[in-house]
Design a protein around this ligand. Structure first.
Ligand SMILES: [Zn+2]
Ligand SMILES: [Zn+2]
Length: 133
């Protein structure tokens, strides 16, 4: 199936072909800062499944160490909506922000990551925790 999505202002639109590898909640501090929310929810897929239209901006997130680029955070430069994060590791994997999908009716998280950064009130019981360095 083909999914569609867009940023808040509509300058950026995208299509995803096929199914997700997972739907992952990320509690990491950088996702909290970028989204302004308590966590991000991501449609994880191969980059080849995603086609973006519009002039998207990229922020090179160097992660906690500040050494190497850890993830490319792509967002709309007009309205600021985060659209997708391209992971360096594993390479070729993208995390599309579920809140920008046009239809989220069948989206349920399978996994949650970076639980050490989780805000104290957030309780996602029943969703597998995947902790990683
Ligand atoms: Zn926009
Ligand atoms: Zn994150």
């Amino acid at each position: 199936m083909t999914r569609t999505g867009s940023c808040l202002c509509g300058d950026i639109t995208y299509e995803i072909e096929g199914d997700q590898l997972a739907v992952a909640v990320c509690h990491c501090e950088h996702c909290q800062r970028q989204s302004g929310g308590a966590f991000s929810t991501n449609f994880v897929a191969h980059g080849s499944q995603l086609t973006i239209s519009g002039d998207i901006k990229t922020y090179e997130d160097k992660g906690r160490t500040g050494d190497a680029v850890y993830v490319l955070r792509k967002f709309c430069g007009n309205c600021g909506s985060p659209i997708v994060s391209e992971l360096m590791e594993p390479e070729g994997v993208v995390a599309i922000k579920v809140g920008t999908l046009d239809d989220t009716s069948d989206i349920t998280p399978d996994v949650q990551a970076w639980c050490d950064d989780k805000q104290s009130w957030v309780n996602l019981e029943g969703i597998n925790a995947m902790d990683r360095e």
